[in-house]
Design a protein around this ligand. Structure first.
Ligand code: PLP
Length: 362
């Protein structure tokens, strides 16, 4: 058992079993005498890996048959541009929820291609951060799609459910920090994207799940690599894909399946985050400013009542094997990210450390 627990927001901690399996297979993948890294992406061996990974995505998330699954490069950030390039069609407006730094980056990128209407923002109520009311937003006429970020990784704020949209207006969701951490009704969405390094692998590959009718309408000057239709036609192999990241995502998804699938991940995420939120709520020493209804299960930002203790907290945590607890550089304080690869034991150790630190320093 590893003794270091990494609370980084991403790239993030991965299950030890998965790393060991990758290590065992690194030099000689299944008796081929070759590493996955050395194999042609067009070889029958790699095609078996890539197809199996797609099957696991479909199975774990119960992806309906009228959706396509893509494994692309460029991270979630490339989707900030690909979405408007492919989904605007003949419209000039897109609607965005602006609830934190990631949705803001997404909408700023979309502004390169269209007019962005912000239909809801995060805001403070009685000193606590809240998300927009999903029953009360107004949609601009002529919006091509609605975009939101399901879990704002930096702020630590998470939508409890997806917004309901009228008619067949496509809902586009950045699920980079929450996909595979709970069940998801894919049919409510036109498009979902997530890069791997938070919940289901390491950096290099981005999963896109897209409804078929949204494919094939890219703007005329869209580069081929940014065109969903061309990627669908080439099975995500329009150029050489990130083969190792793709393979590794497959190992992670097998592991999630063995653990009991996304229902089990949801239960574990709730248990782990509850442990820390409870501790925060029972103390005046630790503070979290997100309304309980919108607290993220994956990223828990918190501050100490006396910020002059921050340095000691981080240093002593590190000595206890609890690393990367510093908050995002833009907000300071602390942040404990606990994606599906964070073992329960890591969270227990963090809770014990926080209680002990409080006793000694309060
Ligand atoms: C990390 C993150 C991103 C950025 O992902 P990249 O793969 O670095 O482009 C986007 N959105 C959310 C919600 C994230 O957590």
């Amino acid at each position: 058992m590893r003794e270091i627990f990494n609370f980084s927001a991403g790239p993030a901690m991965l299950p030890e079993e998965v790393l060991i399996r990758a290590q065992e297979e690194l030099v000689d993948w299944q008796g081929t005498g070759m590493s996955i890294m050395e194999m042609s992406h067009r070889s029958k061996e790699f095609l078996q890996v890539s197809e199996q990974t797609e099957q696991l995505v479909r199975e774990l998330l119960a992806v309906p048959t009228n959706y396509r699954v893509l494994f692309l490069a460029g991270g979630a950030t490339s989707q900030f541009a690909m979405v408007p390039m492919n989904l605007l069609q003949d419209k000039q407006v897109a609607a965005y929820f602006n609830t934190g730094q990631w949705s803001k980056k997404a909408l700023q990128e979309a502004q390169l291609y269209c007019q962005v209407e912000v239909i809801g923002t995060s805001h403070e109520v009685d000193g606590l951060q809240c998300l927009p009311d999903l029953e009360k937003f107004e949609l601009p006429a002529q919006a091509a799609y609605v975009h939101y970020c399901a879990n704002e990784t930096i702020a630590g704020i998470e939508f409890p459910q997806a917004p309901e949209l009228p008619g067949d207006l496509p809902l586009v969701t950045d699920m980079t920090s929450s996909l595979f951490s709970k069940p998801c009704d894919i049919a409510k969405h036109g498009l979902i994207y997530a890069s791997a390094q938070k919940n289901f692998g390491h950096a290099g590959i981005t999963l896109v799940i897209i409804r078929e009718d949204l494919i094939g309408h890219a703007l005329p000057n869209t580069p081929s690599l940014f065109n969903y239709q061309k990627e669908v036609e080439q099975h995500s192999m329009l150029n050489t894909p990130a083969t190792y990241s793709w393979y590794f995502a497959g190992l992670m998804l097998q592991w999630i399946k063995q653990q009991g699938g996304v229902q089990a991940m949801d239960q574990q995420s709730r248990n782990k985050s509850q442990k820390i939120y409870q501790l925060i709520d029972q103390s005046d020493f630790y503070i979290n400013k997100i309304h309980p209804q919108y607290r993220s299960r994956l990223n828990i930002p918190f501050t100490l009542h006396d910020p002059s203790l921050d340095k000691d907290f981080l240093q002593q945590a590190k000595q206890a094997g609890l690393v990367n607890l510093a908050g995002h550089r833009s907000v300071g304080g602390m942040r404990a990210s606990m994606y599906v690869g964070m073992p329960e034991q890591g969270v227990t150790r963090l809770a014990e450390f926080m209680q002990d630190f409080e006793k000694r320093c309060a």
